[in-house]
Design a protein around this ligand. Structure first.
Ligand code: ADP
Length: 645
């Protein structure tokens, strides 16, 4: 079949051109041709049309064969260029061949032309085939080199033959460091041997393998990769190499993990919220029922004195229980909001232990059990710098729990000195806590017995608060417990003995003071009660009757200042901090500008951030927490208005 041959003839003589074409026509070609005789025209033809070969004269009036050859090279088109000339000498022919001409034919030897064209076309075809392959290879290797995935090629023994630049970027290993090595240099040791085994088995059988690796970089950093490994076969179907394409998914993994954590946290919060609401509802309703129910019963006529006392007792106890739960909620909220302050001062732990012992002894004995305590250090050495109220709260919580969860036997508490710490313990012979719940009970709202939450009263907050306090004070808390045998809660506090000498004296004096208190009755005071809440004011007025002869009342800060100005002989102001118009802090500051003598006792809300410290800064002499405890108030009055013997 005839092949189309597209010839560009560079020739000034039309006759010569026709002669050449005539000769070629004898071949098996269907000829398409164009004759050009200027460089300009040749350029246009090269640009506008496609050619298979160029036949060029050497000497022409407007330009010559070498210039034509140069034009072809500049165009970047790769087709055979044959010079046909009548005048060409050997030196010119050599120069033309060096310049890239494929052949030269003398016009007097034109029978060589057709075979030369045939040969050149054949070779040019081969060259183009090969060139395309090289080009493809170049593109592919560039793609592999620049790939955003890291790529490793190994031989069938797993020796690394190639890594791309992304591999170096991710792992920190240069090609020289890894060529010839096995990819196991990246192993983190975090994945099981079986995982790798399964991968090798799969690819050795000719399958593709997909998975994830937790690998290690040169600098030791761990990272996650999403990996596809596939075998490369030769033309006979034998595996020659393995190709691994890997994507760094460390940050994706992290995000995934964060999402999972967030989800779990959200679910946990949801669960806790429900548990909290159920629990709170029960915990608040129960004492509320006690208070409202028995207050109602008290109204009945004809109650005996004993009955009245019993009902009043129940109302009192329910109130205490209610207050306890509210205090716990406030504490936990403050802890979680990071608002719980620590006030470090010297504290005598022996005194604390003894105080708790005295307080709980009757309750334990009422239950038919025994309470013991143990102080390891002599009292004058038992002084540490810590937050006394928090230590008191921790011990109280643990002892209360011990009493609550023990029906017979004994409870023992105290401390021993161990190294630089005091190790406190509270040991009971109670119901104990199953191993798998021993960590959980320190979490908020968690009780050991999740199946029967209402078994004993409590909101699951005590231990959480205790744990937070222990940690704030630089210690740790743990538990040893066996079901049915009993539990021992331990916690440590740092024992810093340096300050002990200095502070012992001060402390001892104070202790003596407390011991010598005999509460001789204070009376005859002129008292101003600054309080906006009617019930609270009524309660204060009743208490104040025991030490006051004249009682004045103010409902706002401004009123308080007015009354104070008009009555310079007032002895005592019981100052509520939260009042309308002007609060107690501001009122105190203003009163202090004209009266420095009057004793001002602030009534602070339990646990409100900084209330106490602030009250003292404002110029109050002391503070008392609401709800006001009669004994505490009387002790304060005693402190300011009675001289000790
Ligand atoms: P609660 O108000 O429920 O007592 P806590 O945080 O004080 O809350 O205690 C959490 C849970 O730990 C309790 O519900 C109880 O199941 C368990 N627990 C605490 N102390 C003891 C103890 N001494 N003996 C047995 N179980 C205890």
């Amino acid at each position: 079949m005839e092949k189309t041959l597209r010839i560009l003839v560079v020739e000034d003589s039309e006759d010569d051109a026709l002669l050449v074409l005539h000769l070629i026509n004898k071949g098996d070609y269907n000829i398409v041709f164009e004759r050009v005789e200027t460089a300009e025209r040749m350029k246009t033809m090269l640009k506008e049309r496609t050619w298979d070969i160029i036949l060029s004269d050497y000497v022409m009036p407007h330009f010559n064969g070498l210039e034509a050859l140069e034009l072809l090279k500049e165009s970047g088109i790769d087709i055979p260029f044959i010079i046909i000339s009548g005048t060409i000498g050997e030196d010119v022919a050599v120069e033309a061949m060096k310049g890239g001409a494929n052949d030269y034919i003398m016009k007097n030897n034109l029978q060589r032309l057709l075979p030369a064209i045939d040969r050149e076309l054949r070779e040019s075809g081969n060259r183009a085939e090969r060139k395309r392959a090289e080009e493809e290879l170049r593109i592919l290797s560039r793609a592999v080199e620049q790939s955003p995935a890291s790529i490793i090629i190994t031989d069938t023994e797993g020796k690394i033959k190639y890594v791309n630049s992304k591999f170096t970027e991710i792992t920190g290993y240069t090609p020289n460091e890894v060529l010839g090595q096995n990819p196991r240099i990246l192993k983190s040791g975090e994945m099981s041997q079986d995982y790798y085994k399964e991968m090798w088995q799969s690819i050795a059988l000719g399958n593709e393998w997909f998975g994830e690796f937790h690998n290690k970089k040169k600098n030791g950093e761990l990272y996650w990769e999403l990996v596809s490994i596939s075998p490369i076969f030769d033309t006979t179907g034998i595996i020659t190499h393995f190709l691994a394409v890997k994507e760094d998914i460390t940050s994706r993994k992290q995000t995934e993990q964060e999402l999972i954590n967030a989800k779990e946290k959200a679910e946990e919060s949801e669960r806790l919220k429900t548990a909290f609401l159920t629990n709170m509802s029960h915990e608040i309703r129960t004492p509320m029922n006690g208070i409202l129910g028995f207050a109602e019963l008290l109204k009945e006529p004809n109650l005996s004195g004993a009955e009245q006392q019993e009902y009043i007792n129940i109302i009192g106890k329910s109130g205490v229980r209610m207050l306890n739960i509210i205090n716990n909620i406030v504490d936990i909220s403050k802890i979680e909001a990071g608002l719980m302050d620590v006030h470090m001062k010297e504290s005598n732990v022996n005194e604390q232990i003894e105080c708790i012992y005295t307080f709980f002894k009757p309750e334990v004995e009422d239950k038919g059990m025994k309470l013991f305590y143990k102080n390891d250090l002599p009292t004058k050495e038992a002084i540490i710098g810590t937050d006394t109220e928090k230590v008191y709260s921790i011990l109280t919580n643990l002892v209360k729990n011990a009493i609550k969860y023990t029906e017979e036997g004994s409870i023992e508490f105290g401390y021993v000195k161990k190294g630089d710490d005091l190790e406190f313990y509270v040991k009971d012979t109670g119901i104990g806590i199953p191993k798998e719940r021993q960590d959980a009970i320190f979490e908020r709202f968690i009780q050991a017995d999740i199946t029967d939450k209402m078994a004993l009263q409590g909101a699951g907050l005590g231990l959480t608060i205790a744990k937070s306090y222990v940690e704030m004070l630089g210690g740790k808390i743990w538990i040893e417990s066996e079901e049915g045998i009993g539990s021992t809660f331990y916690f440590t506090l740092p024992y810093n003995s340096e300050q002990e000498e200095k502070k012992v004296t001060g402390k001892v004096v104070q202790t003596e003071e407390v011991k010598n208190q005999i509460y001789p009755k204070v009376s005859g005071l002129k008292v101003l009660i600054a309080e906006d809440d009617e019930t609270s004011e009524m309660f204060m007025s009743i208490l104040a009757k025991t030490f006051g002869k004249e009682i004045l009342k103010a409902r706002t800060g401004l009123e308080t200042i007015d009354i104070c100005r008009n009555n310079p002989d007032i002895d005592l102001i019981l100052m509520d901090i939260q009042m309308p118009e002007m609060n107690g802090s501001e009122a105190t500051r203003q009163i202090r500008q004209f009266n420095k003598e009057v004793i001002i006792i602030a009534q602070t809300s339990y646990g409100l951030a900084g209330d106490r410290g602030k009250a003292m800064e404002d110029g109050c002499n002391d503070y008392i927490s609401k709800p006001i405890n009669k004994g505490e108030l009387l002790a304060l009055i005693q402190k300011y208005f009675k001289k000790y013997p």
